[in-house]
Design a binder for this molecule. Sequence first.
Ligand code: HEC
Ligand code: HEC
Length: 196
Amino acid sequence: MSSRGRHARVFVVVASVAAAVVSASCTDPVLDETVDDQGNETKGIPQGPLHRAGQRCTACHQQNGVASEHPFVLAGTIFAQPKRQVGVEGAEVRLTDADGTKHITKTNCVGNFFVTASEWEPKFPILVEVAKGGVRRSMRSPIGRETDCAGCHVLSVPPADPLSQVGHIYLFATDEIGSPEGAADCPVDPLRPGSP
Ligand code: HEC
Ligand code: HEC
């Protein structure tokens, strides 16, 4: 190999190490893309517990995210039905971590729930079931480390990539108890904007 070739190769290595250092310290391109994918806020829905139902909350609600002041250890949205995305209010999300500690939280009127570190600091993997009014659904496999339910449970019906994605979380098969039309007194329409 000519000495020129060797120098060129050394340069390439140095340049890519520098690029890696820059991206680690300034921005994370994968995270940026995930956040972009969530889209803009919906008009008329304030930034708060009722916004962005079904989206990847912790893409933003984490230390390196745009909502870093309010990080979540786990978050997601429970819908009523397999097809239309109407949030279920008051569904219990029952969580059990690797040490066997348990935490139960409830969904708000668009179906959103979130857990903060002051409430519970789980050790992954985590088991989860959701329940309301005698109806219960359990996820068979444990959640290994993903902090967003929507990291796997996507909003497109059917999921765009069935090999790596599952559909949104729903509690009732259409005619069971519960209110498929969502809570009547919710300040935000519990039918997710853009729902099929
Ligand atoms: C694209 C980024 C983004 C996504 C996705 C997102 N949020 Fe937010 N959220 C924000 C921003 C920005 C604020 C306002 C700044 C703040 O409160 O940290 C906010 C505020 C909030 C607040 C108010 C915090 C407080 O105590 O004032 C809650 C609660 C909340 N979001 C819940 C959620 C839930 C639940 C989800 C998922 C269903 C979600 N957010 C998804 C960016 C996001
Ligand atoms: C790592 C990907 C992944 C994450 C993260 C994830 N899930 Fe799941 N979930 C799946 C898969 C795959 C299935 C279907 C197979 C199974 O039950 O294990 C499933 C199934 C379920 C089911 C049962 C559905 C049915 O048809 O009865 C429920 C309920 C559920 N998940 C809730 C949740 C909740 C709540 C969260 C967030 C706290 C969550 N999941 C996070 C991948 C995930």
